[in-house]
Design a protein around this ligand. Structure first.
Ligand SMILES: N[C@@H](CCC(=O)N[C@@H](CS)C(=O)NCC(=O)O)C(=O)O
Length: 326
């Protein structure tokens, strides 16, 4: 049995829990104080933390999902075709590293969301002590999170681009989900789970909940389904990405490629801040080392493709990535 230490307000925890469910791997879900305690067993203090049946602790959802791929053969979430696997990985990475700004911004920019969500997050952790004690903790947590907004680029000035790109991804899903559920076949891939993680939170927090129900109602419902796909029996992977996958790759090309390029260039120059423009909006934030690692990882995966597969990938991801990956 695995143990997943997470939180229901944590996008990466919901992503990981949905993967374990789809893969039919027996696990126990822990949250609250037990999750906090589990952080003592990992180097970087981020959740979720997964404990394997052998008792080993690890975190960071992307390496974790690949570890599960190495350990279990059935119900894989990585397409066997290397070109399809590359673009599925790219969408997952885009969700984890860029769409997370929507999750964080929608949660902490407006007062209504700050209030409701800080109370709920404190409640999730404490589960006792009464409403007053919970609210006192909530207010400390809220100050900490709101204080971190500029660090991750979630400012009012940047939010126009974050929101425009998020709505473009939601629109692509809305166009597809009433016809077919999945992006790369009749079964889910890591891409769907990456998107689910971030967007599961948009379907809970007050402001984005109203937005998503009003503007993207079937996607809101699709997200609820995605939390438990243990009953999905589809065994087939397609040879080309679905229309929604291609549209999401288009958004990634317009927004995530220039973001990664600006981050890498700023790090190289020794600058503290990165800036770029996309979809008619400007964006700037402090540089981020982790995302330089993500780019290096994308390059390694891209370089490992055969020439034929690279040509297929290039025609799906658009020319915006050429200089960056090649
Ligand atoms: N790359 C990591 C990111 C995990 C992450 O950022 N988790 C957040 C919660 S969703 C966290 O633990 N943040 C620590 C903090 O807020 O101090 C993953 O994919 O698991």
């Amino acid at each position: 049995m695995y143990t997943l230490y997470g939180a229901i307000a944590s996008p990466y925890s919901i992503k990981m829990r949905a993967i374990l469910r789809y893969r039919r791997l027996p696990f126990v879900w822990k949250d609250g104080e037990e999750t906090l305690a589990a952080l003592a067993n990992v180097r970087t203090p981020v959740i979720p933390v997964l404990q394997t049946p052998a008792g080993k602790f690890a975190n960071d959802s992307t390496p974790l999902l690949y570890m599960l791929e190495d350990t279990h053969k059935d119900r894989s979430i990585v397409p066997p075709d290397p070109a399809m696997a590359f673009v599925a990985h790219l969408i997952e990475d885009f969700a984890d590293e860029w769409l997370t700004k929507a999750m964080f911004g929608y949660r902490w920019l407006e007062q209504i969301d700050q209030n409701v969500m800080s109370n709920w997050l404190a409640f999730d952790r404490m589960k006792s002590g009464g409403a007053e004690a919970i609210q006192a903790e909530a207010s400390k947590f809220r100050d900490r999170q709101v204080g971190r907004m500029p660090l991750v680029g979630c400012t009012h000035a940047n939010f126009a681009l974050i929101e425009a790109s998020t709505k473009a991804v939601l629109a692509a899903l809305e166009e597809q989900v009433t016809k077919r559920f999945f992006l790369f076949g009749n079964r889910p891939s890591l891409a769907e789970f990456g998107i689910l993680g971030q967007f599961s939170q948009l379907a809970v927090d007050p402001t984005p909940l109203a937005m998503i129900r009003e503007e993207f109602p079937y996607t809101a419902r699709w997200l609820a389904h995605a939390e438990d796909w243990s009953g999905v029996e589809g065994k087939d992977w397609d040879e080309t990405p679905s229309d929604a996958a291609l549209a999401i790759l288009g958004v990634a090309e317009e927004v995530y490629a220039p973001f990664l390029a600006a981050n890498a260039a700023a790090i190289k120059e020794g600058a503290d801040t990165l800036s770029f423009s996309a979809l008619g909006h400007s964006f700037s934030q402090p540089v981020f080392k982790y995302q330089a690692k993500c780019l290096a990882d994308l390059r390694t995966r891209y370089a490992a493709l055969t020439e034929t597969n690279r040509a297929r990938v290039e025609c799906w991801i658009g020319t915006g990535w050429n200089k960056l990956l090649g």
